[in-house]
Design a binder for this molecule. Sequence first.
Ligand SMILES: [Zn+2]
Length: 449
Amino acid sequence: MTLNGESMLLMHGRIFDGTGDEEIPDGAIWIEGDEIRRVGPVDQFDDVDQNVPRIDLGGRFVMPGMTEAHSHLSYFNASSLQDLDMNCTAETTTISAVLNARTMLRCGYTSSHSFGSLHAVDVAVRNAINSGMVPGPRYVACGRDVLGTGGMIDWNPDHLQLGMDGLAMLADNPWEVRKAIRSIRKSGADTVKVYLDGEGMIESDLPGELSYTQEEASAAADEGHRRNLRIISHARSADAVIMAMKAGFDVIGHANYLNDEALERMREERHRIFVTPAIHWQVGLYSNGAEWGFTHQALDSMGYKDEIAETINSVAKMKAAGIRVLPGGDFGLAWTPHGSYAKDLQNFVELFGYTPRETLLAATRDAGALVDFGGKVGTLEAGKFADIVVVDGDPLSDITVLQDLDKIVTVIQGGKIFHNALDSGPRFDLSAKPGLKASVERQFEAAAG
Ligand SMILES: [Zn+2]
């Protein structure tokens, strides 16, 4: 008998299954292997073999593992964009990314969708997670960022002779764009990020200043799709969103400023596309940026105050249009440190006017549809992966409870207990054990007899 990865029964949980249905007040989840076999009221499980280990959840809230939809595991809480690329080797970046992956899983995010990677770190980390070498979320790995000369992250003046080759692949004209994407395909990434416009803190490419032509953007989407890559964009302005939609991009990052045409194009394709505003970038800058020189005065002058106000308007319109807007907060800079991912859920409630229930559905069901993984993540239903989080508190009345690690009492991924602080059930905690997951599991199974 093993408590980890074969069969177990979670009993007496208040189950939020992520489908949109009402909670099951006293429910159970039967896990077999890496999948859920059955979910329902606890009295429907009398037929389960008595040898199957039971974990009593004591009425606690149970929900699907969440998906971080705009993540950067390879960013290491750097305090400047330049530090990200030029002051850290690929090797050190990789070690941080491994630790960040473990942190993200511990926070209840069992899946993650990358929005850009240094070097080929995402691919290495994804492969290590998939092979069981290190714990982490199921990961959609991104390649290096693709952009034109002078695009957002190519701001260093030429006379400095500084490249950003760890993060950026400069590609001008449709054929160079296609070549960059072919190279990313070869590297093993799942997705490609393309910069279509800029950023308030980058004077050489501001939001609304398009750094690609339609021809280049369309070439990117065409080449990516023929090579089975998802195409995602940095697009803050309405013009950039329109360019992405015309080209056929799959995920729109930011979409802060919209006009009627941008909104209508997204609405028409709402069943295909996703939007990640990543508003915690701006919120984090205002809360924490002063320490790194980003005072409120400086941020206001860079247009970020207006950008937040505009984004609130834009998200309200997207929500009303039925467009899937997903939490995911650009975590990995000094002002948006890893581990604080659930703050973006609070932004959805307090800034965007989502109810906690709508926010949780966006972070589970909808973001699960983004990462896909064979349609097996995002809800607690028979046949889905057993990616499950137990919360000591009620996120439907207070979404901030998900920011408190002491309240994230159990994290199960693919039927394996990654963390469990409940008195009932195994107390073994993979999250506290660096090193090879496989060897840790062997120790656990020996201890469990
Ligand atoms: Zn980002």
